[in-house]
Write a protein that binds this ligand. Structure first.
Ligand code: SF4
Ligand code: SF4
Length: 150
């Protein structure tokens, strides 16, 4: 059988393991995904401009204090010495309404949604996983497709 014949008769791609949806609700007062361990919060140039505007800062001033750039030029938010995000304060995210997509999408990240085991393992970090609101698969797939990570 030729490759063409295979592609014509191929079954639609398999449903994701989370086809029935998964439960997640953020737990009030928890801030664990915003720090505590080294990591990157990747930001686009548009997100930098949006957060700067939210903080009523110029893009230049915001970048100077809150953004680090890797040798490739790719920007990510700075961390404090304890690895908390620089934008985390005692009440939570100080720019919540303008937080980057990476933060808005958590915990629906590719590495977390890869397998049911990865999803359950992420509960060690995020107590909201498996609890509360049911999130349907198409919404999660859309989020995964539109994520641009470092
Ligand atoms: S770790 Fe989970 S429950 Fe805690 S703040 Fe982050 S998303 Fe919310
Ligand atoms: S930008 Fe806000 S939501 Fe994202 S990691 Fe920093 S404090 Fe948390």
């Amino acid at each position: 059988m030729s490759d063409d014949a295979v592609s014509e008769t191929a079954e639609p791609s398999e449903a994701p393991w989370f086809a029935e949806g998964v439960r997640f609700s953020c737990v009030a007062g928890c801030r664990r995904c915003c720090g505590g361990a080294p990591g990157d919060v990747w930001v686009t140039e548009e997100e930098i401009a949006a957060i700067a505007a939210f903080m009523k800062l110029s893009v230049e001033d915001f970048e100077r204090s809150y953004v680090r750039r890797y040798a490739s030029g790719k920007p990510s938010l700075r961390e404090r010495r304890n690895h908390d995000c620089i934008l985390l304060d005692e009440k939570g995210c100080s720019v919540y309404a303008a937080r980057p997509k990476q933060c808005r999408d958590y915990p629906f990240w590719p590495e977390v949604m890869d397998t049911p085991f990865a999803w359950l393992a992420e509960r060690n970090r995020c107590p909201g996983i498996g609890e509360g609101e049911l999130h349907d698969a198409p919404k999660i797939v859309d989020m995964l497709k539109t994520q641009k990570r470092g």
